[in-house]
Design a protein around this ligand. Structure first.
Ligand SMILES: Nc1nc2c(ncn2[C@@H]2O[C@H](COP(=O)(O)OP(=O)(O)OP(=O)(O)O)[C@@H](O)[C@H]2O)c(=O)[nH]1
Ligand SMILES: [Mg+2]
Length: 245
């Protein structure tokens, strides 16, 4: 059996990418942050998930239009006793995935605090995606989609619901955030060379720099690079399927 079965896996091993983006996954304990991330990176539900102790790191490289983007993913503990440790990882994050549990209202009412912390400590151009997880438990729902959508709009956030259990929408928050960050770079709002931007150039982008004075983005449609996973193409910003404001 071949170890490297296709070109995409081969490029993954070579770790060539245009941009490296730092993401944090934050929110109350038990909302499903680790399960969401696990599904995104491993394409399976994480059985018997335990509370995260401090912070856990993982990564995944995705294609956004013509760009290869490596996401550096910091999964933080939601438990209060780890707050001082986890907050130290917010520094310089370009993207935040803010998770609550649709079946637990307390995890929604506390969101303002999480958002305030992230905005105070991460990159000034932080892109935040609000995620209502456990959408498979509809009969136990305590937070209506419309209410969360309104709160997201008031706070200038993108919003969608996910099920880490069934894999519904698990890629969309990460791809949405990455796309939004790339658009900020393209428009000149975000400078990858600036310290604390949460973004840095990868070797592919640097090679292109030596060939051309300007990086061209082309069309920023998205496609997952992982073999065997669905392709996500968002019409405009939010056309990727599932509920999204
Ligand atoms: N039904 C359902 N259960 C989920 C889903 N996602 C996570 N869970 C369950 O929720 C519980 C908590 O999941 P975790 O991913 O460990 O939660 P966390 O947010 O990482 O918690 P901390 O690490 O303590 O902050 C586990 O029992 C999971 O099995 C989901 O989409 N649907
Ligand atoms: Mg966790």
């Amino acid at each position: 059996m071949p170890i490297i079965s296709d070109f995409e896996d081969a490029t993954e091993l070579l770790e060539t990418y245009d941009f490296l983006l730092k993401f944090i996954i934050i929110g109350e304990a038990g909302t499903g942050k680790s399960c969401l991330l696990h599904h995104f990176t491993q394409n399976t539900f994480k059985e018997h998930s335990q509370h995260t102790i401090g912070v856990e790191f993982s990564s995944r490289t995705v294609n956004i239009g013509e760009k290869r983007v490596k996401l550096q993913l910091w999964d933080t503990a939601g438990q209060e006793r780890f707050r001082s440790v986890t907050r130290s990882y917010y520094r310089g994050a370009a993207g935040a995935i803010l998770v609550y549990d649709i079946t637990d209202r307390a995890t929604f009412t506390n969101l303002s605090r999480w958002l305030a912390d992230a905005r105070a400590l991460a990159s000034p151009h932080l892109v935040t995606i609000l995620v209502g997880n456990k959408s498979d438990r509809e009969e136990e729902r305590e937070v209506e989609w419309s209410e969360a959508s309104r709160w997201a709009a008031e706070n200038d956030l993108h919003f969608l619901e996910t099920s880490s259990l069934y894999g519904d929408n698990v890629e969309a928050p990460f791809l949405l955030a990455a796309r939004s960050i790339l658009l900020s770079i393209e428009s000149g709002v975000l400078d990858p060379e600036k310290a604390g931007s949460g973004v840095s150039y990868g070797d592919r982008a640097l090679r292109r720099f030596s060939n051309a004075s300007r990086i061209s983005f082309g069309s920023l449609s998205m496609a997952s690079s992982r073999k065997g996973t669905m392709k996500v193409r968002l019409k405009g910003m939010f056309g990727g399927g599932g509920k999204c404001c």
